[in-house]
Design a protein around this ligand. Sequence first.
Ligand SMILES: [Fe+2]
Ligand SMILES: [Fe+2]
Length: 167
Amino acid sequence: MLSKKLNAALNSQMNKEFFAAYTYLSVAAYFEEEELGGFANFFKIQSQEETQHAMKIFEYIHNVSGSATLNAIAAPRKEFKKPIDAFTFGLKNEQDLAGEIEALLQLAITEHHAPTQVFLQWFITEQVEEEALFTRYIKRLSRVGDDANGLLMLDAELLGRKIEATE
Ligand SMILES: [Fe+2]
Ligand SMILES: [Fe+2]
């Protein structure tokens, strides 16, 4: 039986994932305006993945006879000084999301709700990958520094990124 408290916490996480989708789309808009289509593509895909995360929780809440409520979405950040700042912002966002998922798991453990504990395992693994992904590009962008050619090479590489289907 899903408690009201756990339902509310799952619902809150679902809304955070939707906000992450909105946030990354906003970062994509920044890169579109910079004419860095590869980086824009990277963040558009990040945005789609966050929508998938939110939808996973949406479906799960209903599978356990809970109730999902969509909250208002705040305006996300759009301005960055340089590309690396957008990735640093993304990493911080992922670290926050990881912490929130871990807190959600702790609540599911406290409440002895086994299905939610199992459900959240996927998210725990996903967050490790997300943080690794942002960390990789922060390292590579810091190596590129102010070298325009290096930046354009990374941009060209990211143009080929495609969305991976979640199971
Ligand atoms: Fe997510
Ligand atoms: Fe993420």
